[in-house]
Write a protein that binds this ligand. Structure first.
Ligand SMILES: [Zn+2]
Length: 470
């Protein structure tokens, strides 16, 4: 400098945004630090100061929790295919409003995501609407080939999902719940044979294999008219979950495939998983807020809003799942966000669609559960850290640490939230978590350093990007 010459490179402040004065949820526990962000990435955690680099914006977070954005690894955005239920815009607005900064969408959209080409067109569509970052699961059909799985991996699939018991309509290119149909249009559901045939391919690709774990044979044997909630439980016994988990674990472990159990719902299923883990299985477990907060007793109040598959079971099951989450046996809480239209949910129990929206309730219900279990910071592992590991983003997302994406939820621990329909940003306002109270509320949400939600309202446009496993 000096001699009247301008510097050759114009001055850019290293820090563009400072989130200052909050209690920051780091991987090592809560810390009173300022979070410095540049270009969407966390650059430093520094002792709280009131003086900040020239040109940087400062967000005053005094009294707030500054938390890593949640990653919901199990959502059904219904797009393309079911605009009456949800689309990627409403899905990701609901996610953002709930502090979820990455969603991973299930492949049972139309067409089913069974090849790299289908995944690429879905990614383009999602990209045009997404307010948070997103990953996409690929679909395993009973006819899937190694080439198809490889093309999915090439296109950036997070991993693969196999719906045991769910057929595939060739003409509609759609996954359908049709366990015992002889319609020639329906390709038979993937079964244990499919898993055995494809496990070596999945293992070689190194991506997770997610299963909907309910044994179709058991479900077929116990089918009955659903007149009461007791019928729902009797028609889907927990043994169906336990058997599917044990079988899939045996198959995956033979080849070293990474098995992930979606929406674990029962104490018996949990026990089957624990037995497999004791024998050296590396399977990972996910459960959902509806199984941690609800039981069959809530049906009187909630009705078909809490009809989900696998079903919400007894208080004993719920307690077993809570303890397993608390002890880190179940590492991931995700929502199985699965909205349907009001008309589809208003039918009698037998015909009402199974599924409930949930993505917006993930963070606040998990913080509440963790608080009741005596350590609110534990929730960060369930909804951010462990999900990031599952989907191969442990080096960029799920933690507040230098070098990580600035995906942040600013949470007020002094103001609570009640999940009322009017608050919900999903197309479906009613769900299994309706009426639940959390001691926390979401104030602001950032995706890669950009404000996407302020006090429940969307800010800016669809800036979400697709994430691919590293
Ligand atoms: Zn699901």
């Amino acid at each position: 400098m000096g001699y009247g010459r301008e510097p050759l490179v114009p001055f850019h402040p290293l820090t563009e945004l400072v989130i200052a004065g909050g209690t920051v949820g780091t991987a090592d526990g809560p810390r009173q630090v300022d979070v410095h962000i540049s270009d969407g990435v966390i650059t430093a955690l520094e002792e709280h100061s009131t003086r900040h680099p020239a040109g940087s914006r400062v967000m005053d977070a005094i009294g707030m929790y500054v938390l890593p954005g949640a990653i919901d690894v199990h959502v059904h955005g219904r797009d393309p295919g079911f605009p009456e239920k949800e689309d990627f815009g409403t899905l990701t607005l609901a996610a953002a409003a709930g502090g979820v900064t990455t969603v991973v969408d299930m492949p049972n959209t139309i067409p089913g995501v069974d090849s790299g080409g289908v995944l690429e067109s879905k990614a383009a569509l999602a990209h045009s609407k997404a307010r948070v970052d997103f990953g996409l699961w690929g679909l395993i059909r009973s006819s899937s080939t190694a080439d198809q799985l490889e093309s999915l991996a090439q296109a950036g699939a997070t991993g693969f999902k196999a719906y045991l018991g769910y057929a595939f309509s060739r003409s509609r290119r759609q996954v359908m719940y049709a366990p015992d149909s002889d319609d020639p249009d329906l390709e038979s559901p993937p079964d244990y044979g499919t898993l055995l045939r494809l496990a070596p391919v999945v293992a070689a690709l190194g991506l997770p294999l997610v299963i909907h774990a309910e044994d179709p044979g058991i479900l077929a044997a116990f089918r009955r008219p659903l007149e009461s909630y007791a019928d729902v439980l009797a028609s889907r016994p927990p043994e169906a979950e336990a058997v599917a988990i044990a079988a899939a674990a045996a198959i995956a472990d033979s080849f070293g495939a990474r098995l992930h159990i979606a929406h674990l719902s029962s104490s018996l299923g949990l026990r089957a998983a624990e037995v497999a883990m004791r024998d050296g299985s590396t399977l990972s477990l996910e459960t959902c807020p509806q199984y941690l907060w609800r039981s069959d007793a809530d049906f009187t109040q909630l009705g078909t809003s809490m009809k989900v598959y696998p079903p919400v079971r007894t208080a004993v099951d719920r307690q077993a799942l809570i303890e397993a989450v608390d002890q880190g046996v179940i590492r991931i809480v995700a929502t199985d966000h699965a909205p349907h239209s009001d008309a589809e949910k208003a039918r009698p129990l037998e015909d009402a669609a199974a599924g409930s929206p949930g993505v917006q309730t993930l963070y606040l219900s998990s913080l509440e559960l963790a608080k009741r279990l005596g350590d609110v910071w534990k929730a960060l592992k369930w909804v951010a850290e462990a999900p990031a590991v599952l989907i191969g983003l442990q080096e960029s997302k799920g933690r507040i640490s230098p070098g990580f994406d600035a995906d942040l939820a600013i949470v007020d621990p002094r103001r609570g939230t009640v999940f009322r329909p009017a608050l919900m940003r999903s197309k479906q306002k009613h769900g299994a978590m309706e009426g639940l109270e959390s001691s926390f509320s979401i104030v602001e949400v950032y995706v890669r350093g950009r404000l996407v939600v302020k006090k429940g309202r969307a800010v800016g446009g669809p800036i979400g990007r697709m994430v691919k496993p590293s």
